[in-house]
Write a protein that binds this ligand. Sequence first.
Ligand code: COA
Length: 158
Amino acid sequence: MRIAVYPGSFDPITNGHLDIIERASRLYDRLVVGVLSNGNKNPLFSAEERVEMIRRVTVHLNNVEVDTFTGLLVDFAKSKNATVIVKGLRTVADFEYEFQMALLNKALNPEYETMFMMTNTKYSYISSSMVKELAGFRGNLTGLVPSEIIGQIKEKYE
Ligand code: COA
């Protein structure tokens, strides 16, 4: 059984993330979406809210599991019996940081492979921060995040 983890902050999940989840779920028997609950960023949504939102927009994918993690990604991957870490690459700007992270994770545990998926060009400009900024200015989030969670994001700024 090939198990992969797709880690991130997902604050909130965007259509770019969902696109990676849908495509990666077809490549592995099981895909575990790992929501970092103690990252450096000060999140808008609690880890529980982020997990619930991702579960709601991935109900159609029956080999996808969503869970939170704290600490090292390689330890989380191990706890899920995963051997692959999936990451999305949007632009060349993402590359340097992701390259460093992949090498560091490899050094921490050589058993893991990081697999990079190119983000769909439609979503290459989206980030969670941009979604939050737009929501703060009451901008239209249609097409940027799954429609099921638009109301929940707007509520945070009311
Ligand atoms: N579509 C849209 N947006 C995307 C995207 C995609 N396909 N892929 C990434 N992004 C966005 C994210 O929304 C995020 O936006 P933001 O900065 O506005 O919030 C940004 O790109 C960065 O995403 P990512 O590179 O996935 O970082 P992250 O902060 O979401 O998650 C972890 C980083 C959790 C993977 C990483 O910090 C980690 O592994 N932490 C655990 C500790 C550890 O093991 N560290 C390494 C060894 S010390």
